[in-house]
Design a protein around this ligand. Structure first.
Ligand SMILES: Cc1ncc(COP(=O)(O)O)c(C=O)c1O
Length: 364
């Protein structure tokens, strides 16, 4: 038995990370060397907590914003932490999609937030449910991942984005729009950013993690200038300066025009993996409920009640399969039948084998 186990390939659907082939290693090396040659006095020194100015300018241009409306930090999770420190006091209510990104749940809870989950439909939030909740309580903010959501892969439709932006205005709350997957669209057309619908109410977050590398730790915030100033104070008190060498390297990568081709290359790696996951689900788990994502890193599936999910993670580990615990994505309970399948770090044969192993586990 042990020998057989040793021969079984271990497959993890649990890691929402890029594959190693995704990293443009030699290009990053070149960019780091170039920025050190060009601007060592800045990138090796303490600087402002708002980030490396040329990168702020670049990002501002992408968004049609001013550089003063951009803050660059050590990853976007760090910015979520800063926004929580700025906006939340214990007992405040925060609305989130249900399910939502598990780390975000942890961050908001650490700041004492009371989380209300708004059910997610195949085209975004259940607007009626949202409106009903808004009659009961005004949230400090609504946290959304409108493009290729983590953990479901769902994209919020244009009409729902517009309706949510209207509700934010009427009920006076912020929207945090988290968009790290947005550039990784494998099919279909972009849906406008929520930020464009109401730049005074939408706090837009994104990151180089999925389009360059998580290890460079470069994430950013595009918001009204007064919010940049308030977040910058917290950032200064936290670390004085973010990682400017990383920001300078990311800037150089953009300046050379390498980001867009890199994103196209990544789509070429990830699109077939998404397709392989969808095909394997159709073949091996035809009863599962899921939405086919148009981009991103994940497919979220709900297994039908007839399937056996008892101790699923534990049983899966014994067959060399790592699965997320769906309950972690549901802030108010539930998720026992939910699984997030992260496909970007797996080869197509691994995906097929993993889904078939999962199907065997839940079938008896
Ligand atoms: C929705 C969402 N936001 C933020 C992050 C983290 O981004 P960063 O690496 O920039 O901190 C992730 C990473 O998985 C994510 O899925």
């Amino acid at each position: 038995m042990e020998e057989r186990m040793n021969n079984v390939t271990s497959i993890s659907f649990n890691r929402g990370v890029p594959c190693v082939e995704a990293f443009p290693v030699s290009e990053i090396q070149e960019c780091a060397a170039a920025i050190l040659a060009a601007d060592a006095a800045t990138v090796l020194q303490y600087g402002k907590s708002t980030g490396y100015v040329p990168l702020r300018e670049t990002i501002a241009e992408w968004y049609g914003a001013r550089p003063e409306e951009v803050l660059v930090s050590n990853g976007s999770l760090q910015i979520q932490e800063f926004l929580s420190a700025l906006l939340l006091r214990p007992g405040d209510t925060v609305f989130v999609e249900e399910p939502t990104y598990d780390r975000t749940i942890t961050t908001f809870r650490r700041h004492g937030a009371n989380l209300v989950g708004i059910p997610l439909e195949p085209d975004g939030l259940d607007i009626e449910f949202l409106a009903t909740q808004l009659r009961k309580v005004r949230p400090k903010f609504l946290y959304l991942i409108p493009d290729f959501q983590n953990p479901t892969g769902v994209t919020t439709s244009l009409s729902k984005r517009e309706e949510i932006a209207r509700l934010a205005e009427r009920h006076d709350f912020w929207i945090i729009e988290d968009g790290p997957y947005r550039a990784l669209r494998y099919q279909g057309a972009d849906v406008p950013l929520m930020r464009t619908m109401n730049p005074d109410r939408v706090l837009h977050l994104s990151s180089f993690t999925k389009i360059l590398s998580p290890g460079v730790r470069v994430g950013y915030l595009v918001v009204p200038e007064r919010v940049v100033e308030a977040v910058a104070k917290i950032a200064t008190d936290t670390y004085v300066t973010p990682g400017l060498l990383a920001q300078g390297t990311a800037y150089e990568f953009c300046r050379r025009g390498w980001l867009e081709p890199n994103v196209e290359r990544l789509k070429g790696i990830y699109r077939p993996r998404l397709e392989a996951t969808a095909a394997a689900l159709r073949e091996y788990l035809p009863g599962a409920d899921w939405v086919e994502p148009e981009g991103g890193f994940f497919i979220g599936i709900t297994l039908p009640p007839a399937m056996n999910v008892a101790n699923l993670q534990e049983r899966a580990e014994k067959t060399g399969l790592s699965l997320s615990d769906g309950r972690g994505f549901f802030p108010q309970g539930g998720g026992e039948r939910f699984l997030r399948l992260a496909f970007t770090a797996l080869s197509e044969p691994e995906i097929r084998e993993g889904v078939s192993r999962l199907a065997r586990l839940v079938s008896h």
